[in-house]
Design a protein around this ligand. Structure first.
Ligand code: FAD
Length: 275
């Protein structure tokens, strides 16, 4: 079941999936799955995995960058230690003229993630991060990150959050998503609009047309295994599209988030399990 959303347990399977996407005119972001490591050795192992991905991307001439999670790089252990690992990955990315995207996790990590990304961004342009439209704080975070010239991926947000920090109703999240898109697109930096929601996509296209922003100046992003039809349609219409391809042994939490965000997936899962 997880195979629908995860390319495989090994890097080779993820690279093969990336090649298929590239052949269909799509760019890729490769994510070595893992989060909340308990030891510095595990964090260093994640760092090595990310370094290896950049090497393989260059060797195989793939159109791909890398996404990582700070808790896979030891954020729970020490911010300073984690930052050192991130810096070494960003240096490798910069040397290969590539880019590291720091995924955004639950809201207990938001402030630390933004602070760390700003510090690293002030030393290298090869890092960007993610903003979640469901958080009340996101508009302010975007303003701060833009002051650092930071490239942002905008998503709705995938974690269970309290009403003190996040919009609960889909209509409010969607409303904020459109507001934030209107801040990002005309900002002069290259951002990623990550959604499978046709209404968010239509609003993005309207905003780009209104501000005369060319199709080259932003990209849509979608998850591996989700709305492949829409991915292909956007490419056919001349938009830049990046597919987020996760791989690795530690696929369970990622898979559960994909099930949780769409109740229909749980029914699909149960039917196939019993079949
Ligand atoms: C490239 C990318 C990177 C992301 N990075 C992060 C991150 O760093 N942090 C974070 O919190 N979240 C991240 N997300 C997840 C995001 O926050 C949402 O949880 C997820 O994308 C669903 O929201 P949506 O915008 O597609 O809209 P929704 O309103 O949730 O969905 C719109 C439509 O998309 C389809 N769809 C959406 N999700 C699924 C699914 N799981 N299975 C099947 N169909 C589905 C359905 O057709 C649905 O009707 C990322 C998403 C993408 C695309």
């Amino acid at each position: 079941m997880a195979r629908r959303f995860v390319a495989g347990e090994g890097l080779d399977e993820a690279l093969a999936a990336s090649r298929v996407c590239n052949d269909h005119g799509m760019m890729v972001s490769l994510d070595y799955l893992g989060e909340n490591v308990n030891s510095t050795a595990d964090a260093q192992h994640s760092r090595d995995a990310y370094l290896e991905v950049f090497e393989k991307i260059a060797a195989q001439k793939l159109s791909a960058n890398v996404s990582c999670k700070l808790t896979a790089l030891g954020l729970d252990l020490s911010t300073e230690f984690c930052e050192g690992l991130v810096m070494s990955i960003v240096e490798r990315a910069a040397a290969a003229d590539n880019f590291l995207r720091v995924d955004m996790e639950g809201s207990e990590y938001t402030q630390r993630t933004i602070e760390l990304v700003k510090r690293v961004r002030s030393q290298s342009p090869a890092i960007g991060t993610v903003i979640q439209a469901y958080l009340y704080r996101s508009e302010k975070d975007i303003q701060e990150l833009l002051a650092y010239g930071c490239r942002i991926r905008l998503c709705k947000g995938a974690y269970k959050e309290a009403p003190e920090v996040a919009f609960e109703k889909k209509a409010d999240v969607d409303g904020n998503y459109v507001r934030l898109t209107k801040l990002l697109l005309p900002s002069g930096f290259y951002h990623g609009i990550a959604t499978h929601d046709p209404r968010m996509i239509a609003a993005t296209i309207r905003c780009a047309v209104e501000h005369r922003i060319s199709k080259e100046d932003f990209e849509f992003q979608m998850l591996y295994g989700v709305r492949t039809d829409l991915q292909r349609r956007l490419v056919r219409d001349g938009y830049r599209l990046r597919v987020y391809i996760p791989y690795g042994n530690d696929w369970f939490p990622y898979f559960m988030r994909r099930l949780a965000e769409r109740p229909a997936n749980v029914g699909f899962f149960i039917r196939n399990f019993f079949r």
